[in-house]
Write a protein that binds this ligand. Structure first.
Ligand code: BMA
Length: 322
């Protein structure tokens, strides 16, 4: 199969030894553009094993990263107010909301009762306002669409029900009260690459064909899990309407920095930006480093809308809830 994504030749672009303070690993960044810079909200695992989120900026999005000395979002132990993230702040997904001229950050808030979804807002990646937990454990991989549909904000998230881990949609009039749940992309089961678990990757990307959703899928094997990335498309005016679920993965761990690390065989994205006619996808390799891969947006859309086998029922597998 033709490679849709091309890896940056200087990958990995950020590693633990580039950090201005001692850390174990740096991976799974949230991504935004601000004042002409590419901003990464790095997930940094400290030397105790807990994660926090630290800002890195670059003019060209590839090198020359200026990394802050202190994290932007971090656990604040000893306070009841932030008990929901006392074990760490992980995997941010950042959406710029034009209507409010601010960035809405969803992240995993890890506590003794498991991972939940927390949010925060910032205008400049210097000051941040935490809005607290919005979904209790066990839930993660949340990302918001950048505008309202029928006067409601729409969010992707991944609640866990027993051993079932599907991607759901929910919506809200006020970013506080979330309802109207719908299962959008179920784990596919059986031998599929996205059989065991799925979760949203980058926040949805608006295209002429619809909203492009990059998601991760997990296959469990006798030698461990493999994390890969796949694509789906939902209707531009109604994200609750799934148009396409591409059957194949489009990106998987093949390079040494993706195959070996703290967690082997992982490519995991939390953010992508459109630059010219390209999609720049930032991702974590093996839970250890930060990498970049690029694809022509047109090629991705052509591939997923014109593939052979589009009528295969597995491409639009249902979670049984209608
Ligand atoms: C997921 C998340 C990611 C991580 C991945 C592979 O559950 O925790 O942060 O990259 O597992 O370990």
């Amino acid at each position: 199969m033709r490679e849709l994504f091309k890896r940056e030749k200087t990958n990995p672009i950020i590693t633990a030894d580039k950090m201005p303070y001692s850390v174990n690993t740096v991976f799974n960044p949230g991504v935004a553009e601000h004042n002409g810079d590419v901003v990464l909200l790095l997930r940094v695992e400290d030397l105790q094993g807990q994660s926090h989120l630290t800002v890195a900026r670059s003019k060209n999005g590839v090198d020359g990263w200026q990394i802050e000395l202190k994290p932007l979002i971090f656990p604040q132990p000893g306070t009841d107010e932030y008990a929901y993230e006392q074990f760490g702040c992980e995997d941010s997904r950042i959406t710029y909301i034009p209507e409010k001229d601010e960035y809405f950050i969803c992240y995993t808030a890890y506590s003794p009762v498991g991972p939940g979804v927390a949010t925060a807002r910032t205008k400049d990646f210097v000051r941040v306002e935490k809005s607290g937990l919005i979904f209790p454990p066990n839930n993660k991989d949340a990302a918001i669409f950048p505008r309202k549909f029928n006067n409601k904000w729409v969010m992707l998230h991944r609640p866990v029900a027993g051993d079932i881990e599907h991607i759901w949609l929910t919506c809200s009039p006020d970013w506080i009260h979330w309802g109207e749940p719908k299962c959008l992309l179920p784990e596919r089961g059986g031998p599929w690459w996205d059989a065991a678990r799925v979760g949203a990757g980058a926040p949805p990307i608006e295209t002429d064909e619809g909203w492009l959703i990059i998601y991760h899928g997990v296959k469990t094997t006798t030698s461990g899990a493999i994390y890969r990335l796949g694509l789906a498309l939902v209707d531009r005016g109604n994200p609750y309407k799934l148009l396409v679920r591409y059957p194949r993965w489009v990106f998987g761990p093949t390079e040494p920095y993706e195959k070996q690390g703290d967690v082997s065989n992982v490519v995991y994205t939390c953010g992508a930006i459109v630059r010219g006619d390209e999609l720049w996808m930032y991702y974590g390799g093996a839970d250890t480093c930060v990498c970049l891969a690029r694809a022509k947006l047109k090629d991705l859309l052509n591939e997923i809308t014109n593939f052979e086998g589009a009528s295969d029922p597995a491409c639009s597998v249902s979670c049984g809830l209608g």
